[in-house]
Design a protein. Sequence first.
Length: 525
Amino acid sequence: MTDPNAELALADQLLDQSDASGALDHTLRAKEQLSSQAQPSPILLGHLAGRLIDCGSVFRRPDLVLEGLAILESRFDELKQEIQEASLHCNIGNAKQSLYDFDGSRAQQGFNPAAITTLIEAKNAYWKAFRVSDGSDPQLFVNLANCLDRSSRVVEALRCYDLALTVTPGFAMAELNRGMALQTLNEIAGVYTISLLLEALRSFRAAEAGNLPPHLREAARHQRVRTESVLTRLGWSEDRAREYDEQHRLEADAHDPYWRFCLDNFLALSEHALYCRCVGARRDDLSIPKPTGSIAGEFVPRLELLLNRMKSEFCLARALYYQATRAPGQWDLESFEGTFSELHEGEEIGLSSEFLRTSFRLCFGILDRIAQGVSELYALAEPEEALYFESFWRPAHQRNKGEERWTKINQQNNWGLVALYSIATDLNTKGGEWGFFKKHRNSLEHGLLVLTGDSGGVPALARPERILLEELTFAAFAEQTLYMLQLTASAIFSFVFCARAEGVRSLGEGPAIRMTMDKKDIGKD
Ligand SMILES: [Zn+2]
């Protein structure tokens, strides 16, 4: 007679060996045994829920997934006492993502904001896991990345695979999915480059050599062979690839500290920089027209004007963040500083803290410009309307009147647009995992956001009575500003991919546009 603990351990083992039928048998046996217990242990219940969700995903059985999800959601507080919260959220994310994948009506609905509700719930659960995790579980980063990739947020997905690979170098699941995400990037961006293929190949090779269940190793092998044959067809040999790698490595080492910081943190506005660190990645050369090939549409120059504005503001926001937080390369500010009354100990006041606030506010401004750009592209609003990125999609005043804008948005079937919508839901104050950024923005613009040192706060006698006051440490706000910059960079990419896809669709309807960027920065083609 076995016990549920042993049954679940066996199920784990069999899943690792890709024997899902065996795993399901043992999971169901554990379920039987646990259901006859008056007070089953939370650890075992959480374990059971995870296996039900895993097996349900493999066999495409929503009943099993829903059963696992019900355990996690109904007993969340109880389970949280015994099981890491991050892992519970992660399993909820897995369940929601599977339910999204099973939904057969998706094919008719197309890929649009209205059709990804369950995917957004999955994404929110993974972000919850991300925020409470201690950062040591590479699988969590991979699951989050996969969900972001599924939502067309490929820039952030690539960053999360990198996080997984930083925690566990060579982590095969991260390598395999990273290779696939690079292929998604290819499709979404509409650009093929040799270095992208070489980078995908590197990932597939690492995945194949790593520790994967048999069916995934086979997938890695298949992708590796396919990529190799494309490269061979393009005239690439191992020797040539090695030379190319060596050259790239030399160039990557030669970047100055600021640019290295940009590349390390996925803050370079260049498609090339998403997977490569050579000098070609240097220029923030993201533009709506493709680096190779043509697009069309009279909207392109108008949106490119807007993009230049966003990029210029982003360059300032990024530089200000760097000046506020990084010691090497900082501007000498001493002769520019003011003098302030010491009302309480530990307030971080002065130029560095203003740089940080300004950086954060600029990001929100850029996101609102993206809303303007989407409106310009699809004729969604009149020029007088003030558009806010997180809320312009489905305006309250149209809710009971045909929802013209929301309907129009959902007719587009555009990957970049879906990514933008998904990002906007992150900033939703109800349910969005980064909704508190919106609160910071309000405090910065209409209230007071006071940055403090690690100890101390505003004393009672100095607390305003009629102004909204928010306090947080300089370090916490710096961390959040970095994330805000990354989110904004990802949104700028998605905006470009959205406009570019419409430009490709317009080919044949008007004169083709090829644009040569004015290269104001050093670099090479
Ligand atoms: Zn390169």
